[in-house]
Design a protein around this ligand. Structure first.
Ligand code: PMP
Length: 306
């Protein structure tokens, strides 16, 4: 089914618009130059009905992205939160992937981008699993990308900017073409940065390590995992990591809203640890699934009920 040809409603600039009518012109500025920003958000079904996971954190990041790109948000954070809740509610979804996006319209062309209007859309649809369900148990096969992750002074890495994803797509499609399921991108100095749409963690001798926030995105799932580690008394170090440290790690996993907590079984043909999901990965995965599904009282403030 085409993404454009569906029943339902999309929130566009303050109104719920029939799905098939939520269109923009071919001269839409963001379509030409990639300057825009977006979020990937998820709602899960809980015993008290559908709830969006860490909605406020996603909205805050969307506003930070827009600020970095110098786009003036035409709505308040409360309005953007409400738009996301409405996109799930009005489409009668029990669980959903949400895509808020901030983009320039077709009010003008050229790189000056003056006199352009900032638009906002929020779509929500059912998208149950980003990777195969088996991947969550068995882990995935990953290759180090031949593409370098963005340098901090080339594109703005703290912005979840549309144009940044050209690099992600080149890396992911290269990985898939070589028989892997995901890419691991290194930064311009050769240190591990992140996956095409995930942050990365490795476990060595009881300590969890993750790249510092230079060229990788400030992941909300990454933060969630660090919150769990505090609770479990597992030390987490944010630092530079080399690719061969991943080869010799006891466990490795990716984190992201779409990928959730995903074990890495193999990098560049080398098995990681025992080549299966490790015990800490499994523990963090189950804490994550319990939290998103409202089964962890301690994390109930992370849920926004639809
Ligand atoms: N890095 C990149 C490049 C991403 O696209 C994502 C997904 N938004 C992440 C990391 C993980 O971020 P989050 O946990 O907030 O989804």
């Amino acid at each position: 089914m085409s993404m454009a040809d569906r029943d339902g409603l999309i929130w566009l600039d303050g109104e719920m618009v029939p799905w098939r009518d939520a269109k923009v012109h071919v001269l839409t500025h963001t379509l030409h130059y990639g300057l825009g920003c977006f979020e990937g958000v998820r709602a899960y079904n809980t015993s008290k009905g559908p709830a969006i996971f860490r909605l406020q954190q996603h909205t805050d990041r969307l506003f930070r992205s827009a600020h970095i790109l110098n786009m003036k948000m035409p709505f308040s954070k409360d309005e953007v939160n409400e738009a996301q809740l409405r996109a799930v509610r009005d489409n009668n979804l029990d669980e959903a992937y949400l895509r808020p996006m901030v983009f320039y319209g077709a009010e003008g062309m050229g790189l000056r981008a003056d006199n352009l209007k900032v638009h906002l859309m929020v779509a929500a649809w059912s998208w149950p699993s980003y990777m195969s369900p088996e991947a969550k148990e068995l882990g995935i096969k990953v290759r180090t990308s031949s593409y370098t992750r963005h340098h901090v002074n080339i594109t703005m890495c703290k912005a979840k900017a549309n144009g940044n994803y050209m690099n992600s797509m080149l890396a992911l499609n290269e990985a898939i073409a070589s028989g892997c399921e995901e890419a691991l991108l290194l930064d311009n100095e050769g240190y591990v940065a992140e996956g095409s749409g995930e942050n990365v963690f490795i476990l060595r001798d009881g300590v969890l390590h993750t790249p510092e926030l230079t060229s990788c995105l400030e992941g909300i799932t990454r933060q969630t995992i660090m919150d769990f580690c505090k609770e479990l008394d597992i030390p987490v170090r944010e630092r530079r990591i080399t690719r061969d440290e991943v080869y010799v790690a006891d466990e490795a996993f990716f984190t992201g809203t779409a990928a959730e907590v995903l074990p890495i079984r193999e990098l560049d043909g080398r098995l990681i640890g025992t080549g299966k999901r490790g015990p800490l990965t499994e523990k963090l995965q189950s804490m994550y699934f319990d939290a998103v599904k409202g089964k962890r009282e301690a994390n109930s403030s992370w849920l926004s009920f639809v």
